[in-house]
Design a protein around this ligand. Structure first.
Ligand code: AMP
Length: 176
C-alpha cells in the first residue's frame, strides 16, 4: 500500500486555495504501483459476484477499465453532463460550490447487474452517491465502490457505508 501512496503526488492549493490535490498521474505512470492497485482491487472483488464495472469520469475510467478487463467483465462509463451520445439518465448532485450532473446510458445495465463503482478518490462522496443513484434507477444492484484514495475527513466513505454499501479504499490522506 505504501508503494501506491508514495506514487501519488500532492499539489497544494489546486484548483483553489486550501485544497491538497492528490494527483494520480504520477501513480498511473508508475507501472509497478499500478500493478499493485489492480491486484489489490481484483483480489478484493473477484469472488463477490460482480457482473459489471462502472467507472466515473475521468480518472475512474483508467483503473475501472483495467479492472474490468482483468476480471473479464464489461465496463460502462458514468460521464459528466452532455458527453454521452445515446439515450441517458441524469443525476444532479451538490459540489462544494454549486451543482453538477452525471449521466449513464439507459441501456448500460441489464436490470439485474451487480455493479462495482470505481473512481480514483472519495472526498465528500457526492459524486459516488450520485453514481449509485444512477445505477439504482437502472435497477442495478450496487455490489460496492472502490477507490484508490480516501479523504476520511470529508466523510464520504462513511456516508456510503451507512447506506449498507461496501467500500474499498487502498490508501488515505489527512485533510482536504
Ligand atoms: P466527492 O464527490 O466530494 O467525493 O469528490 C470526488 C471527486 O472529486 C473525484 O472524482 C475526485 O477525482 C475529485 N476530487 C475531490 N477532491 C480531490 C482532491 N483533494 N484531489 C484530487 N481529486 C479530488
Amino acid at each position: 500500500m505504501n508503494k501506491i501512496k508514495n506514487a501519488i503526488r500532492t499539489i497544494p492549493n489546486f484548483p483553489i486555495d486550501g485544497i491538497m490535490f492528490r494527483d494520480v498521474t504520477t501513480l498511473y505512470s508508475n507501472s509497478e504501483a499500478m500493478k499493485e492497485v489492480i491486484k489489490l482491487t481484483c483480489d478484493y472483488w473477484k469472488n463477490k459476484s460482480l457482473t459489471i464495472i462502472a467507472g466515473i469520469e475521468a480518472r475512474g475510467f483508467i483503473t475501472g477499465s483495467i479492472i474490468a478487463n482483468q476480471l473479464s467483465l464489461p465496463f460502462v462509463p458514468i460521464r459528466k453532463k452532455g458527453k454521452l451520445p445515446y439515450d441517458k439518465l441524469s443525476q444532479d448532485y451538490e459540489l462544494e460550490y454549486g451543482k453538477a450532473s452525471i449521466e449513464i446510458h439507459s441501456d448500460a445495465l441489464n436490470g439485474n447487474d451487480n455493479v462495482l463503482i470505481v473512481d480514483d478518490l472519495i472526498a465528500t462522496g457526492g459524486t459516488a452517491l450520485a453514481s449509485i443513484e444512477l445505477v439504482k434507477k437502472l435497477n442495478g444492484n450496487i455490489s460496492g465502490c472502490s477507490f484508490i484514495i480516501d479523504l476520511p475527513k470529508l466523510g464520504g466513505k462513511e456516508k456510503i457505508e451507512k447506506e449498507g454499501i461496501e467500500v474499498q479504499a487502498l490508501c488515505s490522506f489527512e485533510g482536504h
